[in-house]
Design a protein around this ligand. Structure first.
Ligand code: ATP
Length: 296
């Protein structure tokens, strides 16, 4: 069972065709039955986790023949640090997270976690250490408690409630007539974009993986909600290696490193101050967004 539920958060991210991010468990099993493009090598190893350091080394990737989506990209995230990927729509930001989760194999180069090439690892041991908070969260027709428990089916009620509180969903849930037993999904309460992201954060906390991927929501959150979610994420991701796919530059100011991706290539890198001082594309986007507060 655990194997089936491990990539749940990722489903909302990969299968955006799930309309409105609400689904039945039956549809989910159909989706999980889809063959994946990748295979384990003949003698795969279990990931030996140390600091949770992530490294992309000269990675090239295309979805099909012809168009290279990621071009010779190298960057690393030290264990416990936060790297943000920014860049225009279609630059390849979300693709990077799919590659780290090994939904696709790369063409050349390598992706490593703590020095171990992910293509040599068992898929289970790799994905166990990656928790994803997607843009669109899949909710089942079930209680909030059970929806969060999908992060770890063996978690006790107390652990699930702790995760709900840590994801700062506790006050919202407490105000509902049936509390954590309130049904959500198509046949129950419809959650807002921000509330759904908190459910995803709570699931990820329960999973307790070393690496967090946060794919920032674009349109479903207003800037106030977005700032609050980022605050929650900041507090819960302490000690976890974090990769943020950012659409709004205001949310990446505190990242240890920001990578600006353009057409699948690394265009600029540095922290916020360094990139402003560089006075290049990032600085341009920053100044444009300071006026519009919009997405890039
Ligand atoms: P956004 O900010 O709009 O989410 P992004 O920077 O995350 O964009 P990606 O989603 O990584 O960009 O997409 C990069 C490119 O790869 C785009 O041109 C996209 O059309 C293409 N692409 C993404 N997924 C697939 C797929 N499954 N098959 C073929 N091409 C794809």
């Amino acid at each position: 069972m655990m194997q089936i539920f491990m990539p749940l958060n990722f489903l909302g991210f990969v299968y955006r065709e799930i309309k409105g991010s609400l689904t039945n468990i039956e549809n989910m099993f159909d989706l999980l039955a889809q063959p994946t493009a990748i295979k384990e090598q003949s003698d795969p190893q279990s990931l030996v986790l140390r600091q949770g350091a992530v490294r992309f080394d000269n990675v090239c990737f295309s979805y099909g023949k012809g168009r290279e989506i990621i071009k010779n990209l190298s960057f690393s995230i030290a264990g416990g640090k936060k790297v943000a990927i920014v860049g225009p729509s279609g630059a390849g930001k979300s693709t990077l997270t799919k590659l780290l989760y090994r939904f696709y194999d790369i063409e050349s180069g390598s992706i490593q976690i703590d020095g171990q090439n992910i293509s040599t690892l068992t898929i289970d041991s790799l994905r166990k250490q990656i928790g994803i908070v997607p843009q669109d969260t899949v909710l089942f027709n079930n209680s909030i408690l059970e929806n969060v428990r999908y992060g770890d089916l063996e978690a006790t009620d107390e652990q699930v409630i702790q995760a709900i509180n840590d994801a700062q969903l506790g006050d919202f849930v407490a105000a509902l007539p049936k509390g954590v037993q309130t049904e959500v999904g198509e046949r129950g309460l419809k959650l807002s974009g921000g509330e759904k992201q908190r459910v995803a954060i709570a699931r990820t906390l329960l999973k307790n993986s070393a690496i967090f991927i946060f794919d920032e929501a674009t349109s479903s959150l207003d800037s106030h909600n977005e700032a609050q979610i980022m605050n929650t994420l900041k507090s819960v991701s302490k000690g976890h290696t974090t990769l943020v796919i950012a659409h709004r530059l205001s949310t990446v100011v505190d990242a240890d490193e920001i990578i600006l991706l353009a057409n699948g290539e690394l265009a600029e890198r540095g922290n916020h101050q360094q990139l402003l001082a560089l006075n290049g594309q990032y600085a341009k986007l920053w100044h444009a967004q300071s006026h519009t507060k919009g997405d890039i």
